[in-house]
Design a protein around this ligand. Structure first.
Ligand code: KIV
Ligand code: ZN
Length: 510
């Protein structure tokens, strides 16, 4: 029988460590619900000791998921473990994930501890965590750059103390596939009690090798893969869930493993992550990028029409990408909308559906054909951003080659209307000046990008911004058939994320 790889998703923890990718509690809850539907086995919901906001989000997720193991990250200090346990103890299947660095470079410069001290801290942490729950994971941070024998020693001790999973991270994305596979084999061969635990790997993508390293480790004996949707994560990101799962799915003759992932929810989940975090997926991203199933060269198009297998190794529908998109128009009813959204992976409550339906009708008045990307934008705006501090109510802009651009804006700030007008160097500058003044914010615009959501001149413009204010950074995203309005929405979305970060400061880490 083929063995199953445990898929451990850390989009909500390591993924959230992507620059600017903060998510609020309701966004995290929605994403966690989608990840459960996708079929992840373990969901790392956050790092409760990092902030009150993280604690609250982890706790809400733990109480909400029914089938998935929910884990929380913590260092080895008792206080950290208590915070993690406090946040997940009511989960159906709680797992404590405790970690400490094991490489000499981390020991010397970061922890200022020697190996014996680290070993003791790991044993104490795992023993204590195991007194709280039967599911305990121990991670050796910077494992791939650690002394192999020390790694085996600490894994052996952690398993002896009760760890049910031991995780080997390539924290800085330094490993090369053959080397990493060899390390996994070494750990399997030299950790006497390794058969009593699951060996996991957690790779970062600094050299673009995270997926290759994860697959090499699986071939060498690892049975849990730690991954994120769209590969988001600290610096260059983590291993992509979709790449690992589709590699197993597409090459079973070479990688004879299965997973519990319902592959048809991969694409909707990827879109949801991108909408929630404001981080666009690069067009040429494997599996979920906009061009992953697009054929440009005539010879390829001809081949695909004759038989898709000529140039397509995966079917778009396997990942839930509907190539023959159902187009909705202004005559489409509520029932058609609900069932289409359901096919896209969104199970909305009656109240949510009503909200989206009203927005859908407004959009259908402006745009003849409403397609999946348009609906996703409506969901992002109507449901995901429904608890925001700032909202756009009214926008009027004058601009042209003979007038000074001016924006008049009315906004709601915590439900209270405010209005004002400003001039600017261009229409978007005028809008941003007016919004900054009304909201009393002083953010720096680090990045601004604009794309068409679909083809056609009536397509919605999708704007993504990155903002910085007082050392905090956040992404913002907005879509609208009018690109100036889309720019205003993106800016306001970014400001709302900054407000969330201000209200939920991170606890400084020692
Ligand atoms: O990259 C890393 O080492 C981590 C650990 C905390 C698992 O994220
Ligand atoms: Zn990591």
């Amino acid at each position: 029988m083929t063995e199953r790889i445990i898929i451990f998703d850390t989009t909500l923890r390591d993924g959230e460590q992507s620059p600017g990718a903060s998510m609020n509690t309701s966004e995290k809850l929605r994403l966690a619900t989608q990840l459960e539907k996708l079929g992840v086995d373990v969901l790392e919901a956050g790092f409760p000791a990092a902030s009150e906001g993280d604690f609250e989000a982890v706790s809400r997720i733990a109480g909400h998921l029914k089938r998935t193991e929910v884990t929380a990250l913590c260092r080895t200090a008792k206080n950290d473990i208590d915070k993690a346990w406090g946040a997940i103890q009511h989960a159906a299947f709680p797992r404590i994930h405790t970690f400490i660095a094991t490489s000499d470079i981390h020991l010397k410069y970061k922890l200022k501890m020697n190996r014996e001290e680290v070993l003791k801290a790991a044993i104490e942490a795992v023993t204590y965590a195991r007194s709280l729950t039967d599911r305990v994971e121990f991670s050796s941070e910077d494992g791939s750059r650690s002394d192999r024998d020390f790694l085996c020693r600490i894994f052996e001790a952690a398993i002896e103390a009760g760890a049910t999973t031991v995780n080997l991270p390539d924290t800085v994305g330094y490993a090369i596939p053959e080397e990493f596979a060899e390390l996994v084999r070494y750990v399997m061969a030299h950790t006497p009690n390794i058969h009593k635990a699951v060996l996991s790997v957690h790779c970062h993508n600094d050299l673009g090798l995270a997926t290759a390293n994860t697959l090499a480790a699986i071939s060498a004996g690892a049975r849990q893969a730690e991954v994120t949707i769209n590969g988001i994560g600290e610096r260059a990101g983590n291993t992509s869930l979709e790449e690992v799962v589709m590699a197993l799915h597409t090459r079973p003759n070479f990688l004879a493993f299965t997973s519990n992932i319902q592959t048809e929810f991969i694409y909707p989940t990827s879109r949801l992550v991108s909408m929630i975090t404001g981080i666009p997926v690069q067009p040429n991203k494997a599996v979920v990028g906009a061009n992953a199933f697009a054929h440009e060269a005539g010879i390829h198009q001809d081949g695909v029409l004759k038989n898709p297998m000529t140039y397509e190794i995966m079917k778009p529908e396997t990942i839930g990408l509907n190539m023959n998109k159902l187009v909705l128009g202004k005559h489409s009813g509520r029932h058609a909308l609900r069932s289409h959204l359901k096919d896209m992976g969104y199970d909305l409550s009656d109240e949510e559906l009503q909200l989206i339906f009203t927005k859908f009708k407004d959009l259908a008045d402006k745009k003849k054909h409403v397609v999946d990307e348009d609906l996703e934008a409506l969901i992002a705006e109507g449901i995901l951003q429904s608890h925001d501090v700032f909202a756009l109510d009214y926008l009027h802009v004058t601009s042209g080659n003979t007038v000074l651009p001016m924006a008049s804006i009315r906004m709601m700030i915590q439900g209270r209307p405010v209005q004002g007008a400003e001039y600017g160097n261009g229409p978007i500058d005028a809008v941003y000046q007016a919004i900054a003044k009304l909201t009393g914010t002083n953010s720096e615009l680090l990045r601004f990008s604009i794309n068409a959501l679909t083809g056609g001149t009536d397509a919605q413009g999708e704007v993504t911004v990155r903002l910085r204010e007082n050392g905090l950074e956040a992404m913002g995203r907005g879509a609208d058939p009018d690109v100036i309005t889309a720019s205003a929405k993106a800016f306001i979305n970014g400001l709302n994320r900054l407000e969330y970060l201000k209200a939920h400061p991170l606890t400084p880490m020692e």
